[in-house]
Design a protein around this ligand. Structure first.
Ligand code: HEM
Length: 201
């Protein structure tokens, strides 16, 4: 899983860029919940030990969350009434680590109730997934707000595995991401290696 590592500098930018315009800060929970990141890491680590697929799905979950409506945890919201949520749309059908984020949220709430957003917990968990897979550690800026809107229909905006380079570039461009960002993010995506080779050739 060391393939995660080269994604990170761009992914960090991506995560910050697509968080709400409210300023994020590294010490956002310094007074209100300084243990938050340690608690999330502990939960992610325990779950990754039980199921080796957990880190990959958490990283992908964060990417799919950030790509639509910013990093606002809208991917965690459930379908309600006539609204089908992002998580129930086909592109997210193979995401399977929602219980890990629920567990981390419960653990954080037990120590600091009502303080830490789910969006930040997901951002911590994605970072922890990378670290536990042998990738680099980075400081996650904090203070994301949780979104309340989650629409399955918007998942058509996620890049598709069938996209050619122009379509990928356009998809990323619409999110303010450059070709360099695309290459950095996708370049080590081993499940897309066939696609990458096709694109390069
Ligand atoms: C940009 C275009 C991208 C496309 C078209 C794409 C497509 C896909 C597809 C089709 C899968 C297989 C899903 C499945 O098993 O059902 C996958 C898996 C995965 N993707 Fe992407 N992806 C893209 C970008 C990214 C980015 C930017 C990241 C992370 C920053 C990422 C992280 C992952 C991870 C970690 C998995 C493995 C998930 C698992 O095994 O549970 N992908 N991707």
């Amino acid at each position: 899983m060391a393939y995660f590592a080269p994604l990170l500098s761009t992914f960090l930018f991506f995560s910050i860029y697509y968080s709400q315009s409210n300023a994020l800060s590294s010490n956002y929970y310094a007074k209100t919940c300084p243990q938050a990141e340690d608690i999330v890491m502990k939960v992610v680590k325990e779950e990754a030990q039980k199921d080796r697929r957990v880190p990959a799905t958490l990283l992908r979950m964060h990417f799919h969350d950030c790509f639509l409506r910013g990093c606002d945890a809208s991917i965690l919201l459930s379908s309600k009434g006539k609204n089908t949520a992002e998580k129930d749309a086909p592109p997210n059908g193979s995401l399977h680590g929602f219980y890990v984020i629920d567990g981390a949220k419960r653990a954080v709430e037990a120590i600091c109730p009502g303080v830490v957003s789910c969006a930040d917990i997901l951002a911590f968990a994605a970072r922890d997934a990378v670290v536990l897979s042998g990738g680099p550690y980075w400081n996650v800026p904090k203070g994301r707000k949780d979104g309340r809107i989650s629409r399955a229909s918007e998942t058509t905006l996620l890049p598709k595995p069938t996209f050619n380079i122009s379509q990928l570039q356009q998809s990323f461009h619409q999110r303010g991401l450059s070709l360099d960002d695309l290459v950095a993010l996708l370049g080590q995506h081993n499940k897309c290696s066939k696609k990458i080779n096709e694109l390069i050739s």
